[in-house]
Design a binder for this molecule. Sequence first.
Ligand code: GLC
Length: 430
Amino acid sequence: MARAKSTSMRILRSILLVSALAVGSCSDQDSGTHPAGQPITIVFKHSKLFGDPVAFDALIRRFEEHNPGIRVRAEALPSSSDEQHQFYVINLRAASSDFDVMALDVIWVAEFARAGWLRDLTQVFAPADRKAFFEGPLAAVLYQDRAYAIPWFIDAGLLYYRKDLLAKYKYEPPKTWEELTKIAAAIKQREPGLYGFVWQGKQYEGLVCNALEYMWSAGGDVLFDDRAVLNSPENRRALKFMQALVQDGGVSPKLVTTATEEPSRRIFGGGKAVFLRNWPYAWTLFEQPDSPVRGKVGITVLPHFPGYHSAATLGGWQLGVNRHSRYSKEATAFVQFMTSAEAQKALALAYGLNPSRRTLYEDTDLLAAQPHLADLRTIFDHARPRPVTPQYVRISQVLQSEFSAVVAGLKSPDDALASAQEQVEAILKQ
Ligand code: GLC
């Protein structure tokens, strides 16, 4: 293991050297907004990274070494997407210039671009450069044909399962949701103390990501041709299934109704569950030397309802520049550096943040370290975006509250969908 670690550090160092040289030349052209000889500091707001901070710090230091005169202060925001959104909305409405570079959830770029909060990056992210990226994140950073951010890393919902337990009881990974519940119930019965299936059921953005995966894999949806189509038998079936997972002695513990990504990841990572729905970052943590589930975790596509296809919600983060930044050229150079193939590779190796650049899925170092990446590429190609609209966050708030009431057993799927339909129709009319 020590050898593996030092090999990956060597790879990381050589990657960083190459990428830093490339960015050095780019920022030379951009310099000039700060008085000669006086260093400036750009502030980079991002969500918390899970894992050893060394690789992230090294990436930033490398940018600084090759861009003398620019310092970068990285500041982590709370890990939930909703709290980060709130932070940005409050500060950007007040035209704050306290931060320069922002990590943006895939669902916000249209909203922020429409509000005039983001620097237009079309010039540095030209159509020719865009071909290297997955389509989902690319569509998310474009607003009225202009680019307002550059995709940083991509997420898609995955099913994690305990390979050892499925093999012990002679099960194949489930293809349908029903198979998942059967396998989970059977193994749970024979392994007392284990939970069957953990996922993210708290009232927040992650719950919408989870719910959409059931709805889409039952043939349902939120919008069709810009109209709300929530109140459908397909969505009812999906929500009924989710409710039954938690209520009525289902295979998910009640604690999922308050769980976000990390608590559910820790339960499964502690060896206490058969199945987990989560984003790809979790795999790297399961494979740490001290992890109780190291070598025992399989990854596959999420199940579906019979007759329909699996659906993974597209997630991921993009880097944009605050339109009120005093150092927008330097901030743009940093965005280009952080989204370069080399930086994305370093982040993938260290934290399992999956590149938004397709070409990296053929990279031999990455494939050697994370063999499942080859399969993830297909999942990312087909991941489904949440509605790409400046109204998304408002729509999501309605869904979060209605779906949360369903999984908590406080509302029937029929009532929740009828009410969500009405509220989303009202939002769309505004
Ligand atoms: C992950 C995804 C993001 C999503 C969030 C929900 O961070 O990348 O797109 O909104 O989870 O919790």
